[in-house]
Ligand binder design. Structure first.
Ligand code: ARG
Length: 467
């Protein structure tokens, strides 16, 4: 019998050549070549193991390893010729290996399948991307800590409903961002534990009849253990979905952060200055300086959440074990990792250069009756029930609005009209400084508390870096 398509995968079984469009349609090499180095790393470990169990001779193993090493170099130098005919990264590398070293190259695929191979590659790839993401996240967190330290006692209004609520410190606000990113760090590390499990050895779906040593390959590749079930190992992509979920939360946080930076840098708020290096102008309006970086990051959060949903949809109806659907997992994953790294990088570069306009922040807190709650608390300390105090302060605020004065600018006799409990010491709590300083419990906005929080946060961050 003649072989109609000698370039084709499993060609002998086919009586017809692949439709030219289908060949392109089903190929993944254009994107999965991104995992080439992980593919080579996995193959080297596999070859070493095959030799140990006697499937390859030492000579064959060494030939495979040096061939694969050379291929890795060709790829790094951009000299490797990728071919759609070879469908994906795995087949391209294997074909080149056989070109280079002959028959031994054809033995590499013994006892494995592209199904366990691709799942292994993705896990190795994500493991190293998580390291890159974590590095950028740590840079951003360090930048936030440094900025918060400089502004532990810079007063600004805190908002609820985007209305001035109570005075806070800018340092405290920045530390809120820090806390969110700390949970993001934890989520990535948690997710990495489940990523770091080795599918290799599951072969197509049922394992292999060779006496493979999966503990050896897991050890060589730095996996914590081999996957416990071969069907599960080749089919599920929950680890990738989890990665996208952790990524979506990071992007959601960055997007909220962006939203505030955009508002704060507007002429209406005028709380901060974003340096020119992170902004661009308008092609028509010469006066404009647009907060491009935060806007773009806010915009990019949508695509990462979209990738999370894509992967969930990709997975939800697949019967066990491997299905070609899974080839669709890579582009969303790669783009998620890229987007995260780029956005975190831009933010880590930008945050150290954000400068608050202290006077504007201060005046804005003053204009918004931000110490109204402090006045109510003062009355409660003098014996009034909180609900009654709320009422009294409401009247004082109304007078302030009508006469365009902050509470601290209303005279003592005027305040005493609302309650005889008010005495001269009320002005200690009506100032913004007094208000923030009084919130000195754990998690509060008092400058000293914020400084302590920064200290603890720095230690925790250093512990992550050592990890
Ligand atoms: N390119 C494939 C993927 O990304 C590799 C595995 C192919 N396996 C198969 N049985 N067709 O999932």
């Amino acid at each position: 019998m003649t072989n109609v398509n000698s370039g084709k995968l499993s060609s002998a079984r086919f009586a017809q050549a692949t439709n030219a469009f289908v060949e392109v349609f089903t190929a993944s090499v254009d994107f999965d070549r991104r995992m080439a180095h992980q593919d080579i790393q996995g193959s080297i470990a596999h070859a070493a193991m095959l030799c140990k169990i006697g499937v390859l001779t030492e000579k064959e193993r060494d030939g495979i390893i040096s061939g694969l090493t050379q291929i890795g170099e060709e790829i790094s130098r951009g000299e490797f010729v990728w071919s759609i005919k070879q469908e994906d990264v795995h087949m391209n590398i294997e074909a080149r290996l056989t070109d280079l070293i002959g028959i031994a190259g054809k033995k590499l695929h013994t006892g494995r399948s592209r199904n366990d191979q691709v799942a292994t590659d993705i896990r190795l790839y994500l493991r190293s991307e998580i390291k890159n993401i974590t590095d950028q996240l740590t840079r951003l967190q360090t930048a936030l800590l440094d900025l918060a330290e400089q502004h532990a006692d810079t007063i600004m209004p805190g908002f609820t409903h985007l209305q001035v609520a109570q005075p806070i410190t800018f340092g405290h606000h920045l530390m809120a961002w820090f806390e969110m990113l700390s949970r993001d760090q934890e989520r990535l590390q948690e997710c990495c534990k489940r990523i770091n499990i080795m599918p290799l050895g599951a072969a197509a779906l049922a394992g292999t009849s060779y006496p493979i040593d999966r503990l050896m390959t897991a050890g060589l590749l730095g996996f914590s253990r081999p996957a416990a079930n071969s069907l599960d190992a080749v089919s599920d992509r929950d680890f990738a979905i989890e990665f996208c979920a952790a990524g979506s939360l990071i992007m959601m946080h960055l997007s909220r952060f962006s939203e505030e930076l955009i508002l704060w840098s507007s002429a209406q708020f005028d709380f901060i200055d974003i340096p020119d290096a992170f902004c661009t102008g308008s092609s028509i309006m010469p006066q404009k300086k647009n907060p491009d970086v935060p806007e773009l990051v806010r915009g990019k959060s949508g695509r990462v959440t979209g990738h999370l949903i894509s992967l969930l949809m990709l997975m939800k109806s697949q019967p066990l074990a491997y299905n070609k659907d899974n080839q669709e997992d890579k582009e969303p994953l790669f783009d998620t990792a890229d987007t995260l790294i780029h956005c975190l990088h831009a933010y880590a570069d930008m945050v150290p250069h954000i400068s608050p306009k202290k006077e504007n922040m201060y005046n804005s807190a003053k204009r918004g009756f931000a110490t109204a709650t402090d006045l109510a608390d003062y009355l409660v300390r003098k014996g009034m029930a909180f609900r009654d105090a709320h009422e009294v302060v409401g009247l004082a605020v109304r007078l302030g609005i009508e006469s365009s004065r902050d509470l601290s600018e209303i005279s003592l006799p005027e305040l005493q009209q609302f309650s005889p409990l008010i005495t001269q010491d009320v002005f200690d709590v009506l100032t913004l400084e007094g208000s923030v300083a009084s919130r000195k419990h754990i998690g509060g906005t008092a400058p000293d508390t914020v400084k302590n929080a920064i200290l603890t946060a720095r230690q925790n961050l250093q512990a992550i870096q050592r990890h």
